[in-house]
Design a protein around this ligand. Sequence first.
Ligand code: ZN
Length: 363
Amino acid sequence: LKNNFMSSSFVCQLCGQSFTLNEKIWRCPCGGLLDIENACLFSTERINTTDFSLWRYAHAIPLKLSSPVTFQEGLTPLERNKMMGHELLLKHDYLFPTASFKDRGTSVLITYLKQLGINNIIEDSSGNAGVSLAAYAARLNMKVRIFVPATTSRKKIEMIEHFGADIELIEAGRSQTADYCLAQAERTFYASHVWHPMFLQGTKTIAFEVAEQLNWRLPDRVILPLGNASLLLGWYLGVEELIRAGIVSKHPQIMAVQAANCAPVYNRFHHLPDNVFQPTLAEGIAVQAPRRMEQILEAIRATNGDVLAVTEAEIKKALKTLYLQGYAVEKTSAVVVAALGSLSNNPNLESLIVLSGHALKTL
Ligand SMILES: [Zn+2]
């Protein structure tokens, strides 16, 4: 498959230096975060309509594709439903091979690492990204070591072990676990879903799918869980590419949802002082210091969006609402439904909520 891999590049957010995608780097030598300047433009005419996975959009992903590392993931259902008085579109991104949306990013990142010949990697995770990476790496017999907070759900830890990855439990929070992993990255390639921008090249496909499922339009607003923002930034990137391709004219408003017990982006967005972080049921987004903070704020502001924070009681209530309608999603996913309580329910406003992780890993 021919795309513009060669003219795509990494660009440092800090110093502006650019690198070819053949470089085995996950951050700039100056320490800055990398983005990808993608020369592979989205086009409805180039969709591979015989491929019923996210790889139908391969032309828009900057890879030298021979064979992607894939379970044929993606094309998750988009369903209309009413919840807490809101007319909603629900994107069922908990229906993936490892039961979270993370598989979008992992399939693309692992394919890219295979292309570079990297076969020994480390990663840190609150659980879902680690499970996902371990599963995809297992297909290639890659050596993987995953660092997770010791409080991570038992089933997520067991899944990582079953897939044959080494696991290290860190007696600290999510951000300290990431710092610990970072220190190990001197020796082993850091396949980070936060640092490595190739991950977002996978998560961006959610926007392509939603647009295609709605016959090439997007809803008015999208309500997303927010931790490290691999979903939010992927969504934003995907919509950017749809705008660039002339398919949609503007961004849906992004409503990002954090748990009030751990809401650093909420605090920054609303100019509030940092508060003491408390444990939360929403373990998947319990991130105290998101690395891509500035980029996250910029994306939300650019869509005229907002950041909401929901209490533990609201998360519990939302989870019950979901269960009583038959949705088996993890507690983290319930934050987007919890947020509906504080949003106006204008019947003319079409809202999309993304259900990001399955209940079976955390029950
Ligand atoms: Zn730099």
